[in-house]
Design a protein around this ligand. Structure first.
Ligand SMILES: [Zn+2]
Length: 93
């Protein structure tokens, strides 16, 4: 199973609710109304499981230290393909 429970799998796949998953940063979030903002969530609303920690800081860290990309949000062309999906953190284990 990709996520913590069937309901999480279902709603992320179906996009019927404002809940989402960013595989690149391993982040679960709820879209904020009337903005592009997102609110990260720490627990599954259905089964109550603790969701894995966001890897956002680690993503910036590794790109800076191992790939010499100081500002990946403005240097998107330099980001290796593995770092645009969940491939980079799945390879860590
Ligand atoms: Zn769940």
């Amino acid at each position: 199973m990709k996520h913590c429970c069937n309901k999480m799998n279902f709603f992320i796949k179906e996009s019927k609710l404002a809940i989402g998953y960013n595989a690149k940063f391993r982040e679960y979030f709820i879209d904020l109304k009337n903005t592009d903002g997102k609110q990260l969530i720490c627990f599954c609303p259905w089964c109550g499981s603790a969701l894995p920690e966001s890897l956002l800081d680690l993503w910036f860290d590794i790109l800076e230290k191992q790939h010499n990309i100081d500002d990946p949000l403005h240097d998107r062309d330099k980001i290796p393909d593995d770092y645009k999906t969940d491939t980079w953190w799945k390879a860590l284990n």
